[in-house]
Design a protein. Structure first.
Length: 345
């Protein structure tokens, strides 16, 4: 009886955590839309409580617009903006922040409810505290990112700060997913396979580097400098790859960033294909066998979306939606790798 009650409690907590995983995914996508629509600097202040509501009334809207006019982004990029234009970019930044607050509320309400119902086991307390701290840190990184674009001679948030915010969000996503899997996946579905585990770990590390360069791509608008495929503006090794001296060239040069991002994409595809072939040669659980193809399908789809995102980057509207879809599949790919890793851990 006690074992049955524990399983029910674990399942309820696991579903709550998966709800959080879904909300984090939506938040990352909202962040992508916010960046690609150049909306991130539309709100120049951090108001944790009063910021829950958008401006009410024309006077309040004009006051917010006036604050935005003091940013260099407005002065040098969007000086022709009307109030209607401003409302559009304000919405995405506001909704991005609103969703972050909503996630905090869902976490707090669920946490209080499960404590009240005594559904938490002692082993869950420390992981839950870590989850809360990761969420709080992510919020702080978000504000640091916004502030990086509110200084003179900055028209957008810094691409390093943007990437830090993005990667931290994915870290939170993976942590919440892994925590949920420990509560929802029965032990009989988990196998031990050192070879597949090591290969998956290697792939996830490479994907981590690729996600960093994906953040750089977004922050530097690197897709637009070479909107062609398979070559970059007709060249396989463009002369512009080394237009910045020193190590900064590999992080600040949009041509080099796109070149590296393309190269890692091809490497990832090969690694996942090799891993899939290896997985077919090993006897693992039935659940693993049914889902092991997911990383391969997703990495192929991701490469295709990456190509389309680059090609259509000159078209602002199409670029936004291909870029967001590319980001969405990146999360699915990461989650699929974490999933199969969990099954062979």
């Amino acid at each position: 009886m006690n074992n049955s009650l524990t399983q029910k409690s674990d399942k309820a907590v696991g579903i709550w955590l998966l709800t959080g995983v879904g909300m984090i995914m939506i938040q990352v996508l909202l962040g992508g839309i916010t960046r690609l629509t150049e909306s991130g600097l539309s709100i120049t202040e951090w108001k944790p409580i009063t910021g829950m509501l958008p401006p009410i009334g024309n006077a309040a809207w004009l006051a917010e617009f006036e604050k935005y006019k003091h940013t260099d982004q407005f002065k040098y990029i969007h000086a022709d903006f009307t109030l209607s234009d401003f409302k559009f970019i304000f919405f995405w930044e506001w909704f991005h922040r609103f969703w972050a607050r909503l996630m905090g509320i869902v976490f707090a309400v669920g946490f209080i409810y499960f404590i009240w119902k005594k559904k938490f086991r002692k082993e869950m307390i420390i992981p839950l505290i870590i989850l809360f701290l990761l969420g709080a840190i992510q919020g702080a990184i978000g504000w640091i990112m916004v502030k990086s674009g509110l200084v003179p001679e900055m028209y957008f948030v810094g691409h390093v700060e943007l990437t830090t915010h993005f990667v931290a969000a994915l870290g939170l996503l993976v942590y919440a997913l892994w925590f949920a899997l420990t509560l929802l996946v029965p032990a009989q579905y988990i196998s031990r396979n050192i070879i597949l585990k090591r290969m998956l770990t290697c792939i996830i590390i490479v994907l981590f580097v690729q996600l960093i360069y994906g953040g750089f791509m977004a922050g530097l608008k690197a897709a637009t400098v070479a909107p062609t495929w398979p070559a970059m503006n007709g060249e396989w090794l463009p002369g512009s790859l080394h237009m910045i001296k020193g190590k900064a060239n590999y992080f600040n040069n949009p041509f080099m960033v796109q070149f590296i991002h393309r190269g890692i994409a091809y490497l990832l595809t090969i690694l996942v294909l090799v891993w899939f072939i290896m997985a077919n040669r090993h006897t693992v659980s039935a659940l693993f066998n049914r889902t092991k193809i997911l990383p391969l399908l997703l990495v192929l789809l991701q490469v295709l979306l990456g190509i389309l995102t680059v090609i259509y980057s000159p078209n602002a509207t199409t670029f936004v939606w291909f870029g967001v879809l590319h980001q969405f599949v990146a999360m699915l790919l990461l989650m699929s790798l974490v999933w199969v890793l969990y099954l062979v851990k």
